[in-house]
Design a protein around this ligand. Structure first.
Ligand code: UDP
Length: 239
């Protein structure tokens, strides 16, 4: 699949943590605000596919540390992402944005199955496509899926919207108060230094396929629209 020539197509990755507004579950005010920013970008003609995380419900790795089987816990994590997809779908539709949810685990009553060519067709018609249930496979993260989907449906950029952090830092800003935000970083450097704002599988998939990425914070209002338009508001990650 060639990348879109006549305009911009992006893959927006939204952290599940943001959806919860700091708690377990979905905070409608937060999701509504996020939907509003996406709607604005779509109104400007930007094709947008979305991968939503599920950290506001379950993280498989955390549950397994507390005694659950990792694989089963990962499936719980994937199902959590689907609830976030439906919440986002609802607030987008309320704003008049046409949407489709596609999931990597089939559940016909709530979503279409993941069909890449069909996703592209939706985008071409101006619909927002929201991908749920991650890759449908344990041991993956939604960051990694975001890169995979972007590659498969030909997105020029992966926009990693994070909460509580506004880019890639030279060390963990939550632990080191002197950590500096980087304007630009290469995948190799991010991997070598173990900069964990995006997981290493996602970084390496980007690196091997020359997929551009920008990591930015969604806490500041308007940032999602800015990122969709291509403004450099976070850290650009390239080869
Ligand atoms: N998950 C998985 N396979 C995938 C995507 C997600 O097993 O392809 C599970 C995994 O347990 C993960 C959880 O779903 O912890 C929620 O996703 P993630 O942690 O990536 O969400 P985020 O941090 O973006 O909120």
């Amino acid at each position: 699949l060639p990348k879109r020539q006549d305009g911009r197509r992006v893959l927006l990755k939204l952290s599940g943590e943001a959806f919860g507004g700091g708690a377990v579950g979905v905070d409608p005010d937060v999701v509504s605000r996020i939907a509003g920013e996406i709607a604005e970008g779509v109104a400007q003609g930007i094709q947008c596919a979305i991968v939503v995380g599920g950290g506001n419900f379950f993280r498989g790795a955390e549950l397994s540390q507390r005694g659950m089987d990792r694989r089963r816990a990962d499936y719980m994590g994937m199902l959590g992402t689907v609830m976030n997809c439906l919440a986002l779908q609802d607030f987008l539709e309320q704003r008049g944005v046409s949407t489709r949810v596609q999931t990597a685990i089939e559940m016909g009553q709530v979503a279409e199955p993941y069909i890449p060519l069909r996703a592209v067709r939706h985008l071409e018609k101006g619909r927002v496509v929201i991908f749920g249930a991650g890759a449908g496979m344990p041991y993956f993260s939604t960051d990694t899926v975001a890169v995979q989907r972007a590659l498969e449906i030909g997105c020029e950029e992966v926009l990693m919207a994070k909460n509580g952090v506004d880019g890639v830092y030279d060390s963990d800003p939550r632990k080191n108060p002197d950590a500096k935000k980087l304007e630009h970083v290469s995948y190799g450097e991010a991997l070598q230094k173990g900069l964990k704002v995006v997981d290493s599988t996602a970084f390496s998939l980007c690196m091997d396929n020359a997929q551009q990425m920008m990591v930015f914070g969604l806490d500041q209002e308007g940032n999602i629209t800015r990122a969709m338009r291509g403004e450099r508001i976070g850290t650009v990650v390239t080869k």
